[in-house]
Design a protein around this ligand. Structure first.
Ligand SMILES: [Zn+2]
Length: 461
């Protein structure tokens, strides 16, 4: 009997899922999560987080390296070596958090207080859950002694929220890319959705829009406010902003957004499903867009390069016609947009020689959408379904921008993940809000989710 069992065990393929007792990991996950939130890491304080991570990783025998363009804003890299048969996997999270208006918070924003089943504090959603899960996964792989086919690289990066000097991902990509070069990367920008107490949908971030902001500048003749002039730049600028603000730019679906709306339809009410499916068919696309524009502006934005006027600047006095007026447009382009051609199109819509379009400097590189046809995407899909049977997995395109852009522009297939939350969590207690909080019950399964995804793609097969 014993002999037969040994033979059987030898015949099994190497199991990538080393057995983890997940109940036993809870206390440590919570400890790191709370400790990380308690480090006030608003821009300029990231090195404090790096010091913590270095201490924890090195205590387990995982060597770390730090890279800093500014001493107080360091980045940390740790690498678990594989046998090199496959290219590395990068798991990254940012260490900085956005600012706080302490008086608006119901609790200490850096207290990491546990109350009503939630951990409250700045960074509890953005981005310390991912940072904690990545840290735990590094520790657990190391402790398990698991053999790896590919290196697993851990990056804790500074300055994701505010990086005017390029201390974080820009610095790492520009100066130390060999340290984080990978085939796949996992970071913030996705998550699971809970409805009626059940995880029903997993969003995997596979694409994002590209900021392509511009200014509209109107020029005319200055003069006395008592004398009407038709070349008054405010009149021209007002008309131009009206036109571009109402412009329905061309709708264009890509792999991610087409799959997104198709899959969303399969799990929606018949009425909503009809609107989503309507996008896929020329005859009904216009009506579906009208519906989304009114009711789901975020989804509407996913269909197109969007143009949103955000700032006006003009005038020096109530009685002075200025010679110049300008408006800022927050343009968010589809990943494959030809930007110069788009500006030219916008010029035709404005149709006014008094208006000049001036592109603003790019804040992120253009980034192609990540493929849905990769081993990593399949693993994320499989792991989601193993952990939450019956779940729908949906690739999503963010209308905002993230550090995945820089990685994608270097050819990495970069995916966004995140812990589970309800719609209420997202709307009221989400990233950057004054009551940021994460359900304790969402933290632990997320650590397990990242572990499963990382080990499935990286463990020796
Ligand atoms: Zn973030």
């Amino acid at each position: 009997m014993k002999r037969a069992w040994i033979l059987f065990a030898l015949a099994l393929p190497a199991c990538p899922q080393a057995k983890i007792d997940w109940d036993k990991q809870k206390a440590e996950s919570l400890l790191h999560f709370r400790n990380l939130i308690q480090i006030d890491s608003r821009a300029g304080n990231e090195t404090k987080v790096v010091a913590y991570l270095r201490r924890v990783l090195e205590a387990e025998g995982i060597p770390t390296k730090t890279f800093a363009q500014e001493p107080a804003r360091a980045n940390l890299v740790a690498r678990l070596k594989g046998n090199g048969s496959k290219r590395p996997l990068l798991i990254l999270a940012h260490t900085d958090v956005v600012g706080v208006q302490t008086e608006k918070w119901p609790v200490d924003p850096f207290g990491a207080i546990l109350k009503d089943g939630y951990i409250w504090g700045r960074g509890s959603v953005d981005d310390k859950p991912v940072l904690t899960a990545n840290l735990m996964v590094m520790l657990l792989i190391k402790r398990s002694g698991m053999a790896l086919d590919r290196d697993v690289i851990f990056l804790a990066e500074s300055g994701e929220e505010a990086d005017t000097t390029g201390v974080g991902i820009n610095f790492m990509v520009k100066e130390h890319y060999s340290e984080i070069d990978a085939e796949f990367s996992l970071t913030e920008g996705g998550g699971a959705n809970i409805e009626d107490g059940k995880v029903v949908r997993m969003d995997i971030g596979t694409a994002e829009k590209v900021p392509a902001r511009a200014r509209l500048i109107a020029t005319g003749t200055s003069g006395h406010g008592s004398v009407p002039r038709m070349d008054n730049p405010l009149i021209h600028l007002g008309a131009a902003v009206d036109k571009v603000g109402r412009w329905r730019t061309p709708m264009r679906l890509n792999d991610t957004t087409r799959t997104y709306f198709e899959k969303l339809a399969t799990m929606s009410t018949p009425e909503k499903a009809a609107w989503y499916n309507g996008l896929l068919n020329t005859a009904s696309a216009e009506a579906s867009q009208d519906y989304l524009q009114q009711n789901e502006p975020q989804a509407y934005s996913m269909l197109r390069t969007s143009v949103v006027p955000t700032m006006f600047k003009a005038g020096v006095g109530a009685n002075v016609i200025p010679s110049e007026a300008e408006a800022t447009l927050d343009i968010r382009a589809l990943p494959d947009e030809n930007i110069p051609q788009f500006y030219a199109e916008m010029g035709k819509i404005i149709n006014d020689p008094e208006i000049k379009i001036e592109p603003l400097p790019a804040t992120r590189p253009g980034s192609p959408a990540t493929s849905l046809n990769t081993e990593m995407y399949r693993v994320l899909e499989r792991v989601s379904k193993q952990m939450y049977p019956g779940i729908t997995v949906i690739p999503s395109m963010s209308t905002g921008a993230s550090d995945k852009a820089q990685l994608r522009s270097k050819g990495q297939q970069s995916y966004g993940i995140g812990p589970a939350g309800t719609l209420n969590d997202r709307l009221k207690y989400g990233a950057h809000s004054d009551v940021e909080r994460l359900a304790e019950a969402s933290l632990y399964p997320f650590v397990e989710f990242v572990w499963r995804a990382v080990t499935e793609i990286a463990a020796k097969q």
